[in-house]
Design a protein around this ligand. Structure first.
Ligand code: FES
Length: 81
């Protein structure tokens, strides 16, 4: 997770999670960010089904997942919601 950032500058996927409000307690965030980063390294514009499949197995007790999906969509869209 820390290796994705460039010094103090967050990776675009990390920044999208922050900007979309997809981080609450943060317990699930490392696994979700790494899974999303892997997905976006393979698929430029993933469908919602592809995003859900890539993130499957990462459980979040806080967000209800919609903001997480928003964050991945945002990251795939160059940081734009
Ligand atoms: S943000 Fe708390 S478990 Fe996901």
């Amino acid at each position: 997770m820390e290796g994705l950032a460039d010094g103090d500058r967050l990776d675009p996927v990390q920044q999208s999670f922050v900007d979309a409000g997809a981080v609450q307690c943060g317990f699930c965030t490392p696994g979700l960010v790494v899974a999303a980063h892997d997905l976006l390294s393979r698929v430029d514009r993933p469908s919602d089904a592809e995003i859900r499949e890539a993130l499957a197995g990462n459980l979040c007790r806080c967000t209800g997942y919609e903001k997480i999906l928003d964050a991945v969509r945002m990251a795939a869209n160059g940081g734009v919601a």
